[in-house]
Design a protein around this ligand. Structure first.
Ligand code: 6R9
Length: 660
């Protein structure tokens, strides 16, 4: 069955919430009205969902914009909120984490277990001399100890900096040095694609250039042999021997909770700083509202890695502060077989699944028959994050994972925003495939033109945030000027000229409002193409390509063109069984060019389409269009260090040799 063609602007399908979910939803439409009536009072009520050791004196201090302070004077402990209070309320025996290792080993960890483990780690870190305000780098596989390490830092007021376990020694060095981390927590390795994948040697190499590091704490996961030095300590010989008693001290609401580096478009990574009270308030509330999380009955699974913000907010802090039961999986989705995710959903009875468009499109490529082998009957809500989800992928997700009936929440947010900002509410919103729909209650997002003026419905421009929000980044670690320059200088009071006196946050994403005022994300502003004087978004052309039955995934770039200024060059991955040899391939390319022209108009017809086996992605699964632009413009490749799989570019470049 082929879905109707779906030009983003002509997309008219709309799916109201299932009646049962709507009737029992955690959050109803009233929340919008309440937040509208008094935004600060609304956030104050959400802060009240947490346990505070000292009540705040002021909800928001915005007297020195763009530097915000939320819940001024309030004090709380994040780990207490995620663990102790559930145990104290008699829910210690409830499962916090169903963990599954890639080789198939499993662990069941209750809230009481997680509390004990965190207390031990807090005591061990204290013994190593870590005090509140120190920075601790965490470079771990997806094992429960990664969450424990984060929570233990939070418990003693140390600021963690998690570095994704796939990053190189050089990236790790840069991040450790930028934050002057005192301790590194790592493991001998983890399992990926059926094999042990070492981490400790990378830490050894990195730490050799990091004089700030006094100790390295090492979890034993794979049992492979590792080099050892005086500053190294085994987790099982220190943490697991430490006392399980630890009293959590309350910290100021603005105490630095973590730094997370985001690479963005420039080479030097930015250390995004998040603090304590506002961050936990909003991650906790959005978990409750957007996922309709019911701690008593739901089994929640977010497939992200803890090294990304999604793992911070929606594996660790959001779900645990709500007392949820969740699944945590160590490995890759195709080890040992392509049904691994669905097997896990059935095994643990997962009810809420939160994953990324890149994964959904990969599953589409693998074929409908794979999810069809599993029941998936426990699922009740699906989520998406990380990139725009093409309408076709959205429909596939609903059809083949969601039994054709489950609501999908497409959640827009960033490392910088800390929590979900734009998303349907599952019990309220009639969602449109491909749209993030509506700013959440208490969030004022808008789409503005070049001059910073709000565009009318039907218009397009730049996504901005007009009011501060509790989990907003507070600065870029050690670089206030870069913070102002990057996010606050494009529009509003921080812009030179007549920006007005309102401070406006520039998100760096293109967006549209449809005729109903719903928001459609169009990709990073840097990726927008200018073809013969028309702005065309990569997302729109990609969605048109993916709406063709033979295409699983596509990436589009603008390449310099003598006549048009920029010309559209597309890279498309055919679906599983598509014949692309010889003339069949030529024919498909011709069909696809016409298909895009028919869907979006002749101006959007790609100059060139290449059929490729893979696309270059960042390690968090986002398409790296910059590298494809190098290929399209016959340049040698730029920096490929953040590429997930470096052989991909060779495959693509050699495919080009065929003259396509
Ligand atoms: C959470 C996360 C942020 C960028 C963001 C945007 C893209 C994320 C999206 C989305 C369209 C969505 N993005 N979610 N685009 N629809 N639902 O991914 O954080 O890694 O910092 O990336 O990702 O471009 O600006 P981060």
């Amino acid at each position: 069955m082929s879905e109707a063609l779906a030009n983003l602007l002509n997309e008219t399908r709309q799916f109201p919430p299932p009646a049962e979910l709507a009737a029992d939803a955690n959050v109803t439409a009233e929340a919008y009205a309440e937040a509208e009536a008094d935004r600060l009072a609304f956030w104050e009520r959400q802060a009240g969902r947490l346990a505070w050791a000292r009540q705040w004196d002021q909800v928001l201090d915005w007297s020195n914009p763009p530097f915000a302070k939320w819940f001024v004077g309030g004090q709380l402990n994040v780990a207490y909120n995620c663990l102790d209070r559930h145990v104290e309320a008699g829910r210690g025996d409830k499962v916090a984490i169903h963990w599954e290792g890639e080789p198939g080993d499993t662990r069941t960890i209750t809230y009481a277990d997680l509390h004990r483990m965190t207390c031990q780690a807090a005591n061990a870190l204290t013994d190593l001399g870590v005090v509140a305000g120190d920075r601790v780098a965490i470079y771990m596989p997806m094992v429960p100890e990664a969450a424990v390490a984060m929570l233990a830092c939070a418990r003693i007021g140390a600021t963690h900096s998690v570095v994704f376990g796939g990053f190189s020694a050089e990236s790790l060095t840069n991040r450790i040095q930028d934050a002057s981390a005192k301790v590194v927590i790592t493991a001998d390795g983890g399992y990926r694609r059926g094999k042990p994948s070492a981490l400790k040697p990378t830490v050894d190499e990195a730490v050799a250039n990091c004089p700030s590091v006094e100790h390295v704490l090492v979890v034993r996961r794979t049992g492979e042999s590792v080099d050892w030095s005086q500053r190294d300590h085994w987790w099982h010989e220190t943490v697991e021997q430490a006392s399980t008693e630890h009293t959590a001290e309350a910290f100021d609401a603005e105490h630095p909770l973590f730094i997370l580096y985001t690479s963005g478009t420039t080479a030097r990574p930015k250390g995004i700083l998040h603090t304590t009270g506002g961050y936990l308030t909003q991650t906790s509330y959005t978990s409750h509202a957007v996922f309709d999380l019911k701690p008593e009955t739901d089994v929640y699974w977010c497939t992200a890695d803890i090294g990304w913000v999604t793992g911070h907010s929606y594996i660790v802090y959001g779900p645990l502060s709500n007392g949820a039961t969740q699944v945590m999986y160590e490995g890759t989705p195709d080890t040992p077989h392509k049904g691994r995710f669905w097997e896990i959903v059935d095994r643990y009875g997962v009810t809420i699944l939160y994953t990324a468009p890149t994964l959904i499109r990969t599953m589409m490529k693998w074929g409908d028959d794979i999810p069809a082998e599993y029941s998936l009957s426990t699922l009740r809500l699906l989520g998406s994050v990380g990139e725009p989800i093409n309408p076709e992928a959205w429909m596939w997700y609903r059809q083949h994972v969601g039994r054709g009936e489950l609501p999908i929440v497409d959640t827009w947010w960033q490392t910088e925003t800390g929590s979900i900002m734009i998303s349907p509410l599952p019990g309220v919103t009639a969602a449109k495939p491909g749209s993030a729909m509506t700013p959440l209650p208490g969030i004022s997002a808008d789409v503005v033109d070049d001059q910073g003026q709000s565009v009318p419905n039907g218009g397009g421009g730049y996504l901005v945030l007009r009011e501060p929000w509790p989990s907003m980044l507070r600065t870029i670690w050690g670089d206030d000027n870069r913070f102002i320059e990057t996010y606050w200088s494009r529009f509003g009071a921080g812009a030179s000229g007549t920006g007005g006196d309102e401070w406006i946050y520039f998100a760096g994403d293109g967006a549209k409002k449809d005729d109903d005022g719903h928001v459609w994300l169009l990709g990073r502003v840097d990726d927008v193409m200018l073809v013969s004087g028309h702005n065309i978004s990569t997302t729109e052309v990609e969605s048109a390509l993916v709406s063709h039955p033979s295409v699983a995934e596509a990436a589009v770039v603008g390449a310099t063109d003598p006549t048009a200024g920029q010309a559209i060059v597309a890279f498309a991955i055919p679906r599983g069984s598509t014949d692309i040899s010889g003339e069949a391939g030529e024919q498909l390319i011709a069909d696809l060019r016409n298909h895009v022209a028919k869907t979006l108009g002749p101006i959007a017809k790609p100059r060139q389409i290449m059929l490729v086996p893979e696309l270059p992605k960042t390690r968090s699964g986002k398409i790296m269009r910059r590298l494809l632009r190098d290929v399209a413009e016959n340049r040698s490749l730029g920096d490929v260090t953040t590429l997930q799989d470096s052989s991909v570019m060779e495959l693509i470049a050699s495919g080009m040799g065929g003259g396509k």
